[in-house]
Design a protein around this ligand. Structure first.
Ligand SMILES: [Fe+2]
Length: 254
């Protein structure tokens, strides 16, 4: 059965603060490789690195280039498009990958003019429409960094995807979209979206406090890190939350 591991927001960096994000990504990738069966691919839904620097992408490339499975990289607001493309030889930051049983569509919502908020734009939405329409017979995963809806955390809602309604309009036309996958929130959040399911992955590094009040700033909390595992069977998709910190080896048996 097809399995897709969705990691997010590793915020890889260099210098004195490099160790924790690197360890977080390493733990997540080790857990992915320990899954039986091993997933078909890994998707990292943005904020691949912390400051968009070439040296940070070099570290990320070292971490993932020898993995025995494909990795699909999504640009986030902490990324830099040119440096990301250069480090990984990417012709475009929005692209599609076709697997026998599913399609991965990667979108680029990075828009430096908007600060930390995201935008896809009409051109990219039109491309998404065409891309989804080209392969309607297999489930599709539409991946971007910025969640396209408000989730009730005011500090994060302020920097969500600006053209979420535009994305919804396109996705609604394609019932074979199994999931819209996003990051950015540093929390695991699920929502109905345009006739499908929006799955926002937690960070492999650090989590955002569940702060639902307007008068509180966004803060990070030492909650467990992890990733999401999407499993397709018979056209249906099920999502598992896999923690990679605060955990231990399985014990006992049923
Ligand atoms: Fe992030």
């Amino acid at each position: 059965m097809p399995l897709i591991a969705q990691l997010s927001d590793p915020h890889i960096t260099v210098g004195p603060l490099a160790a924790q994000p690197a360890a977080g990504l390493q733990r997540a990738l080790a857990r992915v490789l320990a899954l039986e069966p091993v997933p078909d691919c890994v998707i990292i839904t943005g904020d691949l690195v912390d400051r968009g620097r070439p040296a940070e992408y070099d570290v990320l490339r070292e971490r993932i280039e020898r993995l025995p499975l494909p990795v699909h990289l999504v640009a986030g607001n902490h990324d830099a498009k040119a440096a990301l493309q250069e480090a990984f030889g990417l012709a475009e930051t929005s692209y599609a990958a076709q697997y026998p049983a599913f399609t991965v569509v990667v979108l680029d919502s990075l828009n430096p003019a908007l600060g930390d908020a995201g935008l896809l734009g009409d051109e990219q939405l039109a491309w998404l429409d065409r891309t989804l329409g080209a392969r309607p017979e297999v489930p599709a995963f539409v991946c971007l960094h910025h969640p396209p809806v408000r989730v009730g955390i005011p500090g994060m809602d302020a920097i969500r995807l600006v053209d979420g309604p535009g994305l919804a309009e396109v996705v609604r036309r394609h019932p074979h979209v199994a999931r819209v996958l996003a990051g950015h929130l540093h929390r695991a959040v699920t929502a109905g979206f345009a006739g499908t399911v929006l799955s926002v992955a937690l960070s492999t590094y650090r989590q955002v406090d569940l702060c639902l009040r307007e008068d509180r700033p966004v803060a990070f909390v030492p909650e467990p890190a992890g990733f999401l595992l999407h499993r397709i069977e018979g056209g249906e998709c099920v999502t598992h939350l896999v923690h990679t910190s605060h955990t231990a080896a399985p014990f006992g048996a049923f």
